[in-house]
Design a protein around this ligand. Structure first.
Ligand code: DQA
Length: 145
């Protein structure tokens, strides 16, 4: 199985940005944790992070041609603004899980909209970076069925 983990804007700043909301773990430590988790499940994992909406759309489209089996995406602030990311996930029809480190449901009003959610098979929020592992486990189970 080939999984793609996509992180949107400012998630490369993990460990530096607002640790009260996003914790102290760095982006590199997160990739390490996900890599180790995927190893135990025999998953090939690819990573992509960008601060640019179009690059995230390109990455989702490329996943179709690279025959990626599942996508885990934390779209960052583009969660709340991007119809282009929603359209990209609907276009490729690859099972996709939405992850948020913080619990966006109890934050500002503008974080209550997620455009991408309707295209996703699973959403996890507020479980810190463990949410990425939960999303991977959900997708593995779904693909094995
Ligand atoms: C986030 C929540 C978003 O509202 C925010 O813009 C982020 C991170 C999260 O992981 O909790 O950048 O997606």
């Amino acid at each position: 199985m080939k999984f793609l983990i996509i992180n949107g804007p400012n998630l490369n700043m993990l460990g530096i940005r607002e640790p009260d909301k996003y914790g102290n773990e760095t982006y590199e430590a997160l990739l390490d944790k996900i890599t180790k988790h995927c190893e135990t499940k025999g998953i090939d994992v690819l990573f992509f992070q960008s601060n640019h909406e179009g690059d995230l759309v390109d990455c989702i489209q490329d996943a179709y041609f690279e025959k990626v089996d599942a996508i885990v995406i934390n779209p960052g602030a583009y969660t709340h603004t991007s119809i282009a990311l929603l359209d990209a996930v609907n276009a490729v029809k690859i099972p996709t899980a939405e992850v948020h480190i913080s619990d966006v449901s109890v934050r500002e009003d503008f974080r209550q909209i997620s455009y991408i959610r309707s295209a996703c098979v699973f959403t996890v929020m507020g479980h810190g970076t463990d949410g990425y592992l939960e999303a991977i486990d959900y997708l593995v189970e779904k693909l094995e069925k």
